[in-house]
Design a protein around this ligand. Sequence first.
Ligand code: CO
Length: 208
Amino acid sequence: MDIQEIFKNNQDWVNEKLNLDKDYFTKLASGQSPEILYIGCSDSRVTAEELMGVGPGDVFVHRNIANMVSNIDLASMSVVNYAVSILKVNHVVVCGHYYCGGVKAAMESTDLGILNPWLRNIRDVYRLHKEELNAIQDEDKKYKRLVELNVQEQCVNILKTADVQIAYKERGITVHGWVFDISTGKLIDLNIDFDKVLKDIMEIYHLD
Ligand code: CO
């Protein structure tokens, strides 16, 4: 890809927006009030806004390798805090994707340097769901299921944060676990029952 092409594309996009509304960027500059926080993978094929069909101002986005929410990761914790407590989003989405290189790498024994501690969290997901995963014979299906369970566990990590627990009590914020299937382009809602998950984890993680 030619880097200069990007600046040409950008100018075309600016012109397109201004043709529809000459005040488009003035309005955009006046502030944001997105309804949704989206946490997804950095994978170049999982283009958050494009696959959801949303525009500037609609969604607060955080992406990292394998869509992880770690309580010692300052970046994801700051994003959750800002989106939930300051912007007051009403939905938090964790979106994983099939064919995730991060999830695959986590299950292989190669030394990945700085990625080792990051991806070790996925091994913890495997350990938590070892029985279910070990019962799956087909490697491809097992790997897909791990992608789904990783989304579920990252949603649980979202629910463990004080910001989300407060927002749940105050305005009933909802958490959603999704998977993007690169091979079909479809977005799949895992329909995780978070009221149940929340009750189970509140027993241990609740804050007063
Ligand atoms: Co990925």
